[in-house]
Every structure is written in C-alpha cells, then in structure tokens.
Design a binder for this molecule. Structure first.
Ligand code: NAX
Length: 324
C-alpha cells in the first residue's frame, strides 16, 4: 500500500459531490492501492448537509479512506492537498445568462486560487468542474502565481463522454469501441466535438458516419445535452459529471494509455489559441503530466469552431479582468 494522499473536494454536499466522493473513496480515481484522506469544503449553509455526507461516508467503511475532514475554510480544506476537485459554485438559475453566472461565481475562484497557492502541495493537480469552468479555472490559476499553469485544468470530459455515447449509439456498438473523439474549446454550447481522428470498432469515424450528421445533429446533441438532461430529469447532470471528473483525474494521475482525452488547460499558444486562455484540447497523459496533441491537421470546419470558442472565451476573460 502507498502512503495516503490528500484529496480536497469543494461543494462536497452538492449533487455531484454525492456521486464523486464514493467513486474517489472506492479507488476508481487514484487506484485501488492508493489510500486517501478526503478534505471536504462547503459554505456555512451547506455544513449540516456535509455532516450527513460524512456520516454516510463513515457508514460505507471504505478500506482506502484513512480520514475525512469537513470545513468551510478553504485554507484548511486545501492544506497539503495533492489533488483538488473545485466543484462548488452557484448553479445557473432560470433568469441568469452566462455573463451573470461568470459574475456570480468568479469571486469564489479568486479566494480558492489564493488558498490553493498558499496551502496545497507544490505538486497539486486541480480540476475545475463548477461553471463556467474554463473561466473559473483561469481565475483560480491567476490567483495562484507560485504554481505552474500546467497544474490547473477544467473539465470537458463529460462532453467527450457524451460524444462517445452518441457515436456508440448511432453505430450500434459499445462505448469501449469508440476512441479518440475529443472536445475543442469552452464547456458551453459553442464547444466542438471533433470526430476527425476518432475510430469506431477500429474504422475511421468520418468513414462510418455522414459528414452532415457529424456536423449537424451529432454536434447539436452533444453541445446541448446538459439542457436536455435538465428537461428530462428535472435536475442537472450529476452522476455523469462525477464520473467524468473521475475519468479526467484518473487519466491525469495514472495515464491515458495513449488514448486522446479532452482537457481544458491554459493555452501555451497551441493551434493559435491565445496564451493563458483555458481551452479544451486533445491531450494524452503519462507519468502525471498532460501532453497536448499539437500536430493534428485541422479542417476548415474545425478552424471556424475553434475561432468561435476563442472569441467566446476572450469575452468571458474581459468580463472578469478585475479578478485576474
Ligand atoms: P449543487 O448546487 O447540487 O452543489 C453545489 C454545492 O456547492 C452546494 O452544496 C453549495 O453549498 C456548494 N458551494 C457553493 N459555493 C461554494 C463555495 N464557495 N465553496 C464551497 N462550496 C460551495 O450543484 P452540482 O449539481 O453539484 O454542480 C456543481 C457545479 O458543477 C455547478 O457549477 C454546475 O454548473 C457544474 N457542472 C459542471 C459540468 C461540467 O461538465 N464542467 C457538468 C455538470 C455541472 O453542471
């Protein structure tokens, strides 16, 4: 057995937290030989619900869980953390547009970025799930100047997994037979699920499916899936979001086995995306590091979609300029 690692989760008493904590505790994320100390953060009104979650974690008697702490102080929750899931934020209500959401949630990530900077492990890996996740990640990194931008990511894996699900369903195969479809850009409806190097049962997806479907119904279904889930379930995606967060962190921590995976991270100029913008790219992970696949040939359609996402994220960045 390895020594325990410290894993912090914010918004731990929320819907995603309720699935995520059990997957982490069972070993699905960091490995079945990796003990964990869970350090959970909530805001004061969520502390009673968090007590209930902690009671249920104790009742689950996970062999890998060495301790669980609950706090409303980010400095305490992030102390020594090796991995951090920033899930907690205010969900979008009916009357809020994207700009309102950016304004409401941005300040949370200023304080949490600073607390990570001052208290987490120097090798910490951070995933931002709380929306708008790309720009929240940008804010958190900007407020953590002593850490590398390679330590901050935002989640577009749910969008990738949704794309895999749609391709598998259309081809009449299982998800495991779909490889290397990935997401460009923002976790928003401008995102681009790119099938150009994807395979289905080993065959090129672009040969298996018609271009009209890939650029039409497929793109629309994937990019509006969050809303469709809310309509069907009466609540936003939670178990699938938690599962995607586990997939993201597991691949970063343990490697992606040469598969292409989607991660949003601060751009270093890849594919002409302005430096620092937190943008989803095709990535491979090995030895705890993320490597952007930087040599794909882009179709004109992909170039236009990337540009659309750059513009949307630049607008979000300007809206939070005072927080950076
Ligand atoms: P919930 O409202 O169920 O839970 C959020 C929890 O965060 C609450 O318990 C709340 O008390 C807590 N919280 C709020 N502010 C906090 C702060 N400053 N520090 C610590 N905790 C805080 O939302 P849930 O369904 O769990 O979703 C969480 C976030 O994930 C939302 O922002 C949501 O929009 C986002 N999502 C992101 C997805 C992605 O693909 N990137 C997909 C799923 C989800 O929509």
């Amino acid at each position: 057995m390895n020594a325990p690692i410290r894993v912090a989760v914010t918004g731990a008493a929320g819907n995603i937290g309720y699935s995520l904590l059990w997957r982490i505790a069972s070993g699905d994320c960091f490995g079945h030989d990796q003990p964990v100390i869970l350090q959970l953060l909530e805001i004061p009104p969520g502390m009673q619900r968090l007590q209930g979650v902690m009671m249920e974690l104790a009742d689950s008697a996970f062999p890998l869980v060495h301790a669980v702490t609950g706090s409303s102080d980010p400095a305490e929750a992030f102390a020594g953390a090796d991995a951090i899931f920033l899930v907690g934020s205010r969900p979008r209500s009916k009357d809020m547009d994207r700009a309102d959401l950016v304004a409401a949630n941005g300040p949370i990530f200023v304080g949490q970025g600073k607390a990570i900077n001052d208290n987490a492990s120097r090798d910490v890996k951070v995933i931002v799930v709380g929306n708008p996740c790309n720009t929240n990640c940008l804010i958190a990194k900007a407020n953590a100047p002593s850490l590398s931008s390679r330590q901050f990511t935002a989640m577009t894996r749910l969008d990738q997994n949704r794309a895999v699900g749609q391709l598998a369903q259309r081809a009449g195969t299982i998800a495991a037979n779909i490889e290397d479809v990935f997401i460009w850009g923002n976790h928003a409806n401008t995102m681009y699920p790119d099938p150009s190097v994807a395979t289905v049962d080993g065959k090129a997806a672009t040969d298996v499916f018609e271009a009209d479907w890939l650029q039409g119904e497929f793109l629309k279904t994937v990019s509006t899936r969050g809303k469709a889930i809310i309509v069907a379930r009466g609540a936003s995606s939670a178990a699938s979001a938690a599962s995607a967060a586990v997939d993201h962190m597991r691949d970063w921590w343990q490697g992606s086995d040469d598969r292409i995976v989607s991660m949003a991270l601060p751009s270093e100029g890849w594919y002409g995306v302005p430096e620092g913008l937190v943008f989803s790219f095709p990535c491979r992970c090995a030895n705890g590091e993320i490597h952007v696949v930087d040599d794909l040939e882009l179709t004109d359609f992909a170039k236009a979609k990337i540009q659309e996402n750059v513009e949307a994220l630049l607008a979000e960045r300007s809206a939070v300029a005072d927080l950076l």
